[in-house]
Design a protein around this ligand. Structure first.
Ligand code: ADP
Ligand code: MG
Length: 320
């Protein structure tokens, strides 16, 4: 079978079935980060867990050199990784940066890439502590590993959703996907804020930390492939389903205006677009987070997903 038939998640599932975690208190493949409880045996204080994740950006797949500036790419490379720490309700502490670069890449490009990378890393207190550098025959490949911490046993897992929970998101959805659509259509200048959301996403670290303190907040993840795809990970890992009211999806004023002008479907962009890097979480209806968020639906015991008011079964971005 080729990757195309197996698909990204089919492949990850295969790898997952060939591995196991050393202890049930560890979290391995299947969440936004791995969770490693620190103990005297693993060299840490007993009160905290180590969070680890890694994400790769490949030229031609995740970015086009003629479209994104090196500074923006540096920012985005760190941002999408820091977002996975935010997704667990953790605090970023460090990153490792590995680069495969063509021989012809100008030094100035790397200089600007690092300025963007450092800007966001400093903003969220993640120190660049190492990495690897090698030559690529043709295209750029960037891999970042990120480390974070959270109090022992407090990481918000994808597997914790319960029937009756509200399904919630931070911020607005679909802006980044609309920005990408404009870029690909050669209309870069049309909506600067949407473009910014695509090029320089903001990881929701403060929001994740605020939500991590609330016992009524159950499952959480960040939205990288679109709610249509990402929600399914929470449902699969938790063994539950959901009813989503597509009329409640938070769509920014800019996106509404643009969709009207272009006759685009905002629900399609919000659910299938991806790269929002907002937080998707489920919580007890009694819980009252002190951050801006929108309730978009409810978790059900029946393990299927329904998109009320939608025009189809939304699937999100697919890598293969
Ligand atoms: P995210 O979108 O949060 O970065 P992914 O969808 O990329 O998460 O990955 C889903 C899960 O699969 C994560 O726990 C990730 O660590 C794991 N994973 C992805 N690719 C591999 C791989 N090649 N080997 C082992 N685990 C992997
Ligand atoms: Mg994630």
């Amino acid at each position: 079978m080729k990757m195309q038939q197996l698909g990204e998640f089919g492949l990850i599932d295969r790898i997952r079935k060939m591995t196991s975690v050393p202890d049930p208190s560890w979290v391995g493949i299947g969440d936004d980060c791995a969770v490693i409880p620190l103990s005297p045996e693993t060299g840490g204080a007993p009160a905290s867990d180590l969070l680890v994740s890694t994400d790769m950006l490949v030229e031609g797949t995740h970015f086009l050199m003629e479209d994104i500036s090196p500074r923006q790419l540096g920012w985005k490379s760190a941002a999408v990784n820091i977002s996975d720490i935010a997704a667990m309700g953790g605090k970023p502490i460090a990153t490792f940066l590995s680069l495969a670069l063509p021989k012809t890449l100008p030094e100035q490009w790397m200089q600007e890439f690092m300025e963007g990378y450092n800007e966001i890393s400093e903003k969220y207190g993640a120190a660049l502590l190492g990495g690897d550098t090698t030559c690529s025959p043709d295209r750029i490949c960037i891999n970042v590993a990120v480390l974070g911490t959270c109090p022992r046993g407090k990481a918000k897992l994808r597997s914790a959703a319960r029937p009756g929970d509200l399904v919630c998101v931070t911020g607005t959805l679909g802006d980044s996907a609309a920005g990408l659509r404009l870029i690909l259509g050669g209309q870069k200048g049309a909506a600067p804020r949407l473009m910014d959301r695509h090029y320089t996403p903001t990881p929701r670290v403060e929001e994740g930390l605020a939500l991590s303190c609330l016992p009524g907040v159950h499952a959480m993840m960040d939205i990288s492939d679109g709610v249509g795809s990402d929600l399914r990970h929470i449902l699969d890992e938790s063994g539950v389903g959901a009813r989503i009211d597509t009329g409640k999806l938070p769509i920014s004023k800019e996106l509404q205006d643009l969709c009207r002008e272009k006759a685009w479907d905002p629900k399609e962009l919000a659910l299938s677009g991806g790269e929002d890097y907002e937080l998707l979480f489920t919580m007890d209806p009694q819980e009252t987070p002190d951050i801006p968020y929108t309730v978009i639906g409810e978790i059900t015991a029946n393990p299927t997903v329904t998109w009320e008011g939608g025009s189809r079964d939304y699937m999100g971005y697919k890598h293969f």
